[in-house]
Each structure stands twice: as structure tokens, then as C-alpha cells.
Design a protein around this ligand. Structure first.
Ligand SMILES: [Zn+2]
Length: 292
């Protein structure tokens, strides 16, 4: 596994004063955004652990050139939010309430789980202290950066219990976090009995809404920046996953056989997508959501 390090390379300006530090398709490195206005800059995602967050904070401080810093994260998962403590005193940390609860309640368990993913991950998670947000909102928050208003929206339970999206209307850019991955199967953190917060049906409903709203540019949690097609791709994948899972569930097929058949079907449809292990998790989640 490539070390999960944020590197300030290939930084891409998606619109005026709006850049993305790309994930370079390295596992456990998220796409990180910086959105600037006249007097403030919003950073989206921290990277995995304090060292990565220091890299991001240093870049953000240079980028901001004296402007005030804000930080938000799309959801509480370690590579997105577990560096937030490094921003304390430097940036105002802003979260939707469900995500703040996730970070507090589930953060410690995820910290231990991720430390077990290997030495390189454990090293980046050394010394992690989970941050507490400075400002918490319930459903929606409009952040004025000076001549540019960014819309933070809690979408409700989907990939996690507390996902939010970040929309920059004047540039028509959407930061989707792990609701959307490019060239990768949807990540279902379905780990019963420890974590069953992910919901395939609710996630699909969110994607239907986001795809309907449309967006010129979509920044996925992981993978290359794209356009509205990314939203439709995830929506279509989740819909097919649900329909195929439920059709087999109706026929009382064993979950093992359902997983086998649907994995084969999805891999045939998307031979170039990474993360095939997440298909099985998705089937498991949707089996549990079967209406019968
Ligand atoms: Zn995630």
C-alpha cells in the first residue's frame, strides 16, 4: 500500500479562488478543497492524522495570505476528519450536528479499527486527538467568505450517519465526500454489529436528489474531479445494486449466492472500477433494508 500521505502536487484551480489538492488516487488520501472569498478561506477535509493535517494547514495558511480560515469535513471518517485537531486555534471548525455526534461517539472506535489496517496507517494516526467543532449547525448553513457564500448541507444518513455536502453556487462546484467516488464502487462501511449506520436506500435517495439538482463540477471523496455524470453514475449503481439484491432476496436465495451473482454482474458492468470488495458490503446492507 502506498503511504497515505497528502502531497501538495498537481493542485488544480477549478474556478477562481477555488482549488483542489488531488488524492493522486492513493488509498486513504481524500481530495481536499480550498475555497476562498474576500476575507476568509474554507478548507474541506484534513487528510489522515496530524502530519497530513499539518501539510494541509501550511498550504492553507500560505494560500489564505492573511485571510481567516474555516475548516469543515464531509463526514467523520479518519482520512477526512482525523486531522482537525491540528487546526485548533488556526481555523474555525464547522460541522453539521450528526457528523459532530459521529466524530464524538464513533471516532474512538474508528481510530482503533484504522490503526489495525497496517503500519503506514497506524503511523499517521499516532497522536490523534479527536477535535470538537467550534460551530455546529443542524440541517443547513450558509458560510459567507466575503463576496462568496458557500452552502453547507447535511444530507442525512447515507454513506455515514452524518454526511454533508459543500456547494459553491457561483462556481457551480459540489464537494460530495464519500457519497461519490470516481471510478470506484460505492464504499459501504457495513460492519455489523459494530457499524450499521450506512443506508443504501437513503444513500440512493440522496443521489437522486443531487443528480436532479445537477452541478457543473463534482469533487468526489476519492478519485478524479468530474462533472454531473459522476452523480448519475453513483445513483445508477446504487439503484441497480438495490434492485438486483432485492429481486434475489425475494426468491429466498442465500446471501452468499446473492453476493456472488451481483459481484459478477457489477464487475462486468464496471471492469475498470476499483474497490470490488465493497460490492459485498453493499449487498449485505441492502439485504438488511429489504422491505419484507
Ligand atoms: Zn468515508
Amino acid at each position: 500500500m502506498t503511504e497515505p500521505l497528502v502531497q501538495i502536487t498537481g493542485v488544480r484551480e477549478l474556478a477562481h479562488d477555488l482549488v483542489v489538492i488531488p488524492d493522486r488516487r492513493v488509498q486513504l488520501v481524500p481530495n481536499i478543497g480550498l475555497i476562498g472569498g474576500r476575507h476568509s478561506v474554507l478548507v474541506v477535509e484534513t487528510g489522515l492524522g496530524p502530519r497530513n493535517a499539518e501539510t494541509v494547514l501550511k498550504f492553507a495558511t500560505e494560500y489564505a495570505r492573511g485571510r481567516k480560515l474555516y475548516l469543515t469535513t464531509t463526514h467523520f471518517h479518519p482520512e477526512h476528519a482525523f486531522g482537525a485537531r491540528v487546526f485548533a486555534g488556526e481555523a474555525t471548525f464547522l460541522l453539521n450536528r450528526d457528523q459532530a455526534d459521529d466524530l464524538k461517539v464513533k471516532g474512538p472506535g474508528y481510530l482503533e479499527m484504522f490503526k489495525g489496517l497496517g503500519e503506514a496507517v497506524a503511523r499517521e494516526l499516532e497522536g490523534v486527538e479527536l477535535a470538537r467543532p467550534d460551530l455546529v449547525y443542524d440541517r443547513e448553513y450558509d458560510l459567507d467568505l466575503g463576496g462568496r457564500v458557500v452552502r453547507l448541507r447535511a444530507v442525512g444518513r447515507a454513506h455515514s450517519r452524518g454526511d454533508q455536502v459543500v456547494r459553491v453556487p457561483d462556481a457551480d462546484v459540489l464537494f460530495a465526500g464519500d457519497l461519490v467516488e470516481a471510478a470506484q464502487f460505492a464504499i459501504f462501511p457495513w460492519f455489523p454489529p459494530h457499524d450499521t449506520d450506512v443506508s443504501g436506500t437513503r444513500w440512493l435517495a440522496v443521489m437522486q436528489r443531487l443528480a436532479e439538482e445537477g452541478t457543473r463540477t463534482v469533487v468526489p471523496g476519492h478519485g478524479d474531479v468530474g462533472d454531473a455524470r459522476l452523480l448519475a453514475d453513483v445513483r445508477d449503481y446504487l439503484r441497480l445494486l438495490r434492485d438486483e439484491t432485492w429481486a434475489r432476496r425475494d426468491s429466498a436465495m442465500s446471501e452468499e449466492t446473492i453476493v456472488e451473482e451481483i459481484s459478477a454482474l457489477m464487475i462486468e458492468r464496471h471492469p475498470d472500477w476499483a474497490g470490488r470488495e465493497w460490492i459485498e458490503k453493499g449487498v449485505g446492507c441492502l439485504c438488511s433494508e429489504h422491505p419484507a
